[in-house]
Design a protein around this ligand. Sequence first.
Ligand code: N01
Length: 540
Amino acid sequence: MGKSFDAVIVGAGFAGLYMLHRLRGLGMTARVFEAGADVGGTWYWNRYPGARCDIESMQYSFSFSEELQQEWEWTERFAPQPEILRYARHVADRFGLRSDIAFDTQVTGAAFDDGQWTVRTDRGGEASARFCIMATGCLSAGRLPDIEGIGRFAGRSYHTGAWPHEGVDFTGQRVGVIGTGSSAIQSIPVIAEQAARLFVFQRTPNFSVPARNAALAPDDVASWKSDYAGRRRRARTLRSGIIYDFGETSALAVPAEEREREYAARWETGGINLLSAYTDLLTSKEANDTAAEFVRARIRSIVRDPATAALLAPASHPIGTKRICVDTGYFETFNRENVALVDLQAAPIEAITPGGLRTRDAEYALDALVFATGFDAMTGSLLRMDITGRGGRTLADKWQAGPRAYLGLMTAGFPNLFTVTGPGSPSVLSNMIVSIEQHVDWIADCLAYLRAHGIAEIEPGAAAADAWVEHVNATADLTLYPQANSWYLGANIPGKPPVFMPYIGGVGVYRETCRDVAARGYAGFDLTSRPQLRERPAAE
Ligand code: N01
């Protein structure tokens, strides 16, 4: 029998770290299990060349501590992965969190029985707790494609989401990159500078805008820090939880030349800001086409070979309905002599061979293969564990037809199990740190409420959960998002039910909903009284 805690937290990324901090503040005991050797989650694993956040660093950070946000110094407009990892480590050290984290320990399963969760790990250990909090991340279950011969490649192969910590030197090598999502688009320009020859295997072209990354100007930093709390408050009311320069009219309400000027100015400023130019870019296909065509024209103007430019210009989905990418020199990379784009739509991959990769039309000799092939998003990290709720029902069974979580926070039949930024919450459509803080605060407040009211178990009612899932889908249907075969819909995983997983209603609206549910005594949840939870003195 393992040790007993008030809560077990799975994952020591930003969600797990803040959750632990909040639980300690409530005087609760908690154990965090983390598969990696250090904190950081996404930023611990995704160390591929060129990895950086595409939300500006002044916004992609915790707001819960004024001292923390005042003292931490970001150096670049978009922080590189090593700096974000340093930040996560700093948070762990500053708040003394490491002592409650078991590193190099993967949770393999969790089972609910008689009011307790028993959590099992790959080290053979167990821990039990009344509450189990999944802080497992939305993009942490990496995915290798089902390509024949994938295990037979004689060279070195890498997945961007599990990059070797010592780094990889591609100098002089023939490298193949499979995929053209965000991870590929960030890493390709850097790999191209090292490799002797780089083949980019593209199935679907993606929209990407330039980052225009630069050192942060001291004046900008000072301006943010002069009213950090105020800006954070504003961010929490917005759809994405990110402050952009928001246009206030329809794209169709202005003359074409004015629109062109607006898009051009935003292209020069860099970042995802482009999609905030007008109010209807993600709800009207006609409006969306104006932005999509602007980006396609830029691609044609950057890439010298017209045939390559045409292949790189996305046409299969509205701009923004797959996660838009932010790059540094991506399209320019295809002007290099040592880089070739391979169109998998014309000639699909047939097999990976010991010497490289074979498409229907040609054989490519490779020394190294990079799989930038993404993740089993939002549900993968949860379903890869064996989670069993009330009556022995597994989460995999419960979510057979797609995830069903009330507010993205809890699932009927799985009492006291919380999912931070789970499916059905804004999560991946927002600034993850803003959404993490909101969920963690909601969960912590909920646990405090349960303790104060002598409630032992909380679990969503099936009707409330069903209504929420319906609302999440109906809201997505008001937008252009379902028009893309994206990982938001699970389309990248064969057999995954096509359900739009994140909640598109926006961070501001969603916060209000969650607040209202709590204010009404956790409306939609079933609360069960049992013996009182233990009171403990507050942590220092
Ligand atoms: O993964 P993806 P990612 N044969 O799923 C291709 C976040 N992120 O790691 O589109 C050939 O987007 C697949 O092709 P297709 C961000 O939210 C953020 O790049 O399915 N190709 C696609 O091109 C992002 O959206 C940051 O036709 C195959 C690619 O692999 C999310 O993580 C940085 C294939 C996968 O793209 C995931 O991004 C990085 C096959 N069999 C990531 N299977 C920043 O903050 C898959 N593909 C900057």
